[in-house]
Design a protein around this ligand. Structure first.
Ligand code: MSP
Length: 520
């Protein structure tokens, strides 16, 4: 069997109580950009997203719509979630739903293993529970009886449940994070996790008995598995957790596990950096290499959310700016790991200056000049060490930054190169050179340099803006080099790849003028 391990990245699996908003899209686009980047590094990649379908929150939403929970989930997944991801050009390799048999069976097997290993015991849970968070709360998590996050009253539970010996793993987890700082990023997230672990962690109730929308506990079918215990396991059940090593699932598991990055919002950091690795430790399964908690998209200074009626649908933005500008904007404008506010004005400004002017106009002007001065054919390759060096540097920085999940830093390196190319065109003024036939060689060199730089820009921007980069690739006649998705980051800066004589074509404008905002 081929031993190469895949770069395995996951997004959270989202609750299907509602349709996706731009907060969900933020995480999934980031995951898509990172996995596309790794694919273009020539790595084997596995990218998983999906939906979290059990629990009281989804069950109550289905009930209030007079639909059975399964029917509700099927409808939301097929009509809202999957179409949303394909509209945003998300290239996930798999989509897991927690109501699938492959998940339920492996969860039950895992529960049995944990019980056999002595980490599950019977107990009584008494205390508050927030259905919005699907979380057992401590009195300190409440403000006048309401969950601090959702601002809604909590349920008071008193149930006989099954408990997981979470507290037994605290010393091991602390040691792990102290010795492996890269396992939880950014540093603020790691510090939060360490402080939480040091503050004393209680065992966790992992079953519920007062409703049945969940996976039955295998040895006590009056109870269902706690929705977070069920949900966290998706990352491993989707790739064959616990299957015979010689089976298809077992082989997939060997090729993907442990996950390289669990991408999450900071709201669900503790579940991923405390409960999840402890569950795996209890089963003697390797723990993920990294949990990265990004910040929140804020509206009016608060976390944007549907429940607070501040949720913005991705289509509200893509209808106006296009899909690629949406994919670009949030990663470009907010340092990954910190909170950021969405502002329509800022998005208009960046669209116009960075995308339409710096990138789009460079492409259309350059191609138009090749049409005008070179009969639409790429001129002879010519060396231009200054630009070739700038391209090489941009590739190296972008690669280093994006692999470190600093999307903003990576995009800025690419934009800087774009600025260098614009500066070069302005300095060389090919339209002036074109006035005298004696400058033909010089003119062709300048134009070759410009389109060769555009080839590099198309490849570097491809993970962020796949559709636009493909259009540019076609316009440059670069298909002759193979599909853009096959271009390797490590080779892209090698100068002189566009061959002479290839026909360019102007094609569509990459970033059209924005429509006037509708007046209220
Ligand atoms: N179902 C759980 C996750 C289980 S993972 C094993 C859940 N679902 S959720 O639908 O509430 O999605 C939460 C995630 O959506 C966040 O962690 C984050 O990735 C994304 N976001 C939701 N709102 C967001 C913002 N306002 N800003 C940024 N990301 C946001 O929790």
């Amino acid at each position: 069997m081929s031993a190469e391990k895949s770069f395995y990245l996951t997004t959270p699996i989202y609750y299907v109580n509602d349709a996706p908003h731009i907060g969900h899209a933020y995480t999934t686009v980031a995951g898509d950009v990172l996995t596309r980047w790794h694919r273009q590094r020539g790595e084997s990649v596995w990218f998983l997203t999906g939906t979290d379908e059990h629990g009281e929150k989804v069950m109550n939403t289905a009930a209030s719509n007079n639909v059975k929970p399964q029917d509700w989930c099927d409808r939301l997944v097929e009509e809202a979630w999957k179409p949303n991801w394909s509209a945003l050009n998300i290239a996930n390799d798999d989509f897991i739903r927690t109501t699938e048999k492959r998940h339920e069976e492996r969860v039950q097997r895992f529960m049995t293993l944990l019980k056999d290993n002595g980490y599950i015991y019977a107990g009584k849970f008494e205390g508050p529970y927030c259905i919005g968070c699907e979380e057992f709360k401590l009195p300190g998590d409440l403000d006048e009886g309401k969950c601090k996050i959702h601002g809604k009253p909590v349920e008071m539970l008193s149930e006989d449940n099954w408990f997981f010996k979470l507290s037994a793993f605290v010393p091991q987890l602390l040691e792990y994070y102290k010795n492996n700082p890269e396992a939880c990023e950014p540093a603020s997230a790691r510090n939060e996790v360490i402080a939480f672990l040091e503050s004393g962690v209680r065992d966790l109730s992992i079953s519920r008995s007062t409703f049945d929308w969940g996976i039955p506990v295998p040895w006590d079918t009056d109870q269902v598995v706690y929705v977070w215990f069920d949900a966290l396991l998706n990352y491993a059940t989707a790739v064959g957790l616990g299957d015979d090593p010689n089976s298809e699932g077992g082989k997939k598991f060997a090729k993907t596990w442990p996950a390289d990055v669990h991408l999450v919002g900071k709201d669900i950091l503790r579940f991923h950096a405390v409960i999840w690795p402890a569950m795996l430790m209890a089963a003697n399964v390797a723990i993920p290499k990294k949990v990265f908690a990004h910040g929140w998209l804020l509206v009016g200074g608060e976390k944007m959310s549907k429940s607070k009626l501040t949720g913005i649908a991705p289509s509200d933005i893509t209808d106006h700016f296009g899909v690629d500008a949406f994919r670009y904007y949030f990663l470009r404008s907010i340092p990954f790991g910190t909170d950021g506010s969405f502002s329509w004005e800022d998005m208009v400004a960046r669209y116009t200056s960075e995308l339409a002017n710096d990138f789009g106009n460079l492409a259309s002007r350059s191609i138009a000049m090749i049409e005008k001065y070179c009969e639409g054919k790429i001129p002879q390759p010519a060396a231009e060490p200054k630009l070739a060096e700038a391209a090489q540097k941009a590739c190296e920085i972008a690669d280093e930054r994006i692999c470190a999940l600093d999307f903003q830093g990576g995009i800025l390196a690419i934009l800087d190169f774009c600025k260098v190319v614009n500066g070069y065109v302005t300095d060389q003024a090919p339209w002036v050179l074109a006035k005298d036939t004696a400058n033909k060689v010089e003119l062709e060199k300048v134009l070759y340099t410009t389109v060769e730089s555009l080839r590099i820009l198309a490849v570097l921007f491809h993970p962020v803006m796949p559709e636009t980069s493909e259009k540019l690739w076609d316009a440059l006649g670069a298909k002759i080099l193979g599909p853009i998705g096959d271009q390797k980051i490590s080779e892209v800066a090698t100068w002189g790849q566009l061959p002479a004589g290839v026909q360019v074509s102007r094609g569509e404008v990459l970033f059209p003028r924005l429509p006037e905002p509708e007046s209220a």
